[in-house]
Design a protein around this ligand. Structure first.
Ligand code: LLP
Length: 423
């Protein structure tokens, strides 16, 4: 097996002739030395370029970054600076984003079960719009409005009734879904009528999200055509055509580019009046490939005739995706990044269960030994954001690199943090 495919690495990644990986002009080994392991390292230039490509492809004020993919103060500020709106799915995400200084009217709120408190903040603060998911939510908004909160702008989340090719847990466009108003059973139209007649909301449009990590542009086109057909006679000003563009996690995978995704959207929306505001909501495609995780190898256990286990100092607590979705990744040694990976091993974490697997059957350089660094690329989305401190393993630090500087943007959890909630 050859060396790591550089397409999987962040944009500014560079491998020296001696095999040392640097990102943003900073050696990854030096980052590990300074900030410890595991650490999430993000190429700031890469994230900014992704934001800019999205804005170029879809237009200013039309790209809503899905913060669930990865958010902290630095990321909220970066996305805002690059002109993206920010989608929050909970009061917690709203807090982080607002605390980072993002104005309320640049935030969009989602969620299939927003609490009264979450809706209250959204209405009080005056978010750009709320994506309403259910009749119960419409009623909650009416209660809050009757108590004096201003009527929010809303889009209604519609479930178009299509199943896309992705993991079942992240497919959201099919009829059998907890999300949104079903198009096929008439709920969508009933919700439109309800919202139109309610003084508690200003209905500005409709929304769909068909699933995450979708790699087939045909899936988007099919769903978006259904949505556009429903939308046209409604005469509303805005539509959000969501559905998460997938990314390549391994050298075998190919993902459409932002530009290809945009051209599908432009085709699917070509009959809409030019004044229609068409929003998209990417999360993963903005940050996934910009981030890597750096681990240190702690044990190497060869079992003759079976396999070799390489344990690193993180695992399911910083990346539950292999366990949850069977997601595949690759790994390599950042200090011999151009070495062929002719060995094979199962890369596992330090947690107390056999399912704590990062890579089921990884190609690795020969003779990986204790103390070596191991990098897993394409961990920038849904890694840190889904991290836990299971087994009381502190969450990793997050470092942004750019122009030769490494900047700590979220510090590593400490043991003190592990008891800060205990009373
Ligand atoms: N908008 C809505 C309403 C969403 O539910 C999502 C993702 C997005 C936007 C962003 O989608 P993206 O561009 O990231 O695909 N934890 C899973 C992914 C869950 C996605 C949930 N919703 C994973 O690690 O694959």
């Amino acid at each position: 097996m050859s060396a790591i495919n550089t397409h999987l690495l962040p944009q500014t990644a560079d491998i020296s002739s001696a095999g040392n990986l640097s990102i943003g002009g900073v050696s990854v080994a030096a980052i590990a030395e300074q900030f410890g392991t595991p650490t999430f390292v993000y190429d700031e230039e890469h994230i900014r370029t992704s934001c800019q490509s999205a804005v170029r492809a879809f237009g200013p004020d039309r790209v809503i970054y899905a913060t669930k993919a990865f958010i902290n103060t630095a990321m909220a500020q970066l996305a805002h600076e690059e002109g993206l709106l920010l989608d929050v799915a909970t009061g917690g995400e709203l807090f982080v984003v607002r605390n980072a200084g993002v104005p309320a009217n640049r935030c969009v709120m989602h969620g299939n079960n927003k609490s009264l408190e979450e809706l209250q903040s959204a209405m009080r603060e005056g978010l750009h719009h709320i994506v309403v998911d259910s009749f119960d939510e419409l009623q909650r908004i009416e209660v809050l409005h009757s108590e004096g909160l201003p009527a929010p702008k809303v889009q209604l989340r519609i479930t178009p009734g299509l199943h896309v090719d992705t993991h079942e847990y992240v497919a959201t466009g099919q009829d059998d879904s907890k999300f949104g108003f079903n198009l096929n059973n008439g709920d969508a139209m009933r919700a439109i009528e309800y919202a139109r007649s309610s003084p508690a909301v200003h209905l500005t449009g409709i929304h769909c999200h068909i699933g995450s990590n979708v790699l087939s542009v045909d899936n988007f086109e099919d769903a978006w055509r259904v949505m556009v057909e429903f939308f046209l006679p409604l005469n509303l000003p805005a539509i959000t055509l969501g559905g998460g563009l997938g990314v390549a996690y391994t050298a075998n995978e190919v993902a459409p580019t932002m530009e290809q995704w945009a051209s599908v959207l432009h085709r699917a929306t070509s009959q809409l009046p030019a004044t229609t505001e068409v929003f998209v909501e990417p999360g993963r495609s903005i940050v996934a490939a910009a981030g890597i995780t750096v681990y240190e190898v702690g044990t190497v256990k060869p079992i003759d005739g079976i396999r070799t286990y390489i344990s690193v100092d993180g695992g399911m607590s910083d990346n539950p995706r292999p366990m949850m979705y069977g997601s595949e990744y690759e790994a390599f040694d950042p200090q011999r990044a151009n070495a062929p990976r002719s060995g094979r091993a199962r890369i596992v974490g330090k947690h107390c269960e056999s399912g704590d697997i990062l890579i089921f059957d990884a190609a690795v350089p020969e003779n990986i030994t204790v103390g070596d660094l191991l990098v897993v690329p394409v961990t920038g989305a849904y890694g840190y954001s889904m991290a836990s401190n299971y087994n009381k393993v502190p969450r990793p630090s997050v470092v942004f690199v750019r122009n030769g500087n490494a900047r700590l943007v979220s510090r590593r959890e400490t043991f003190d943090d592990l008891v800060r909630l205990d009373v």
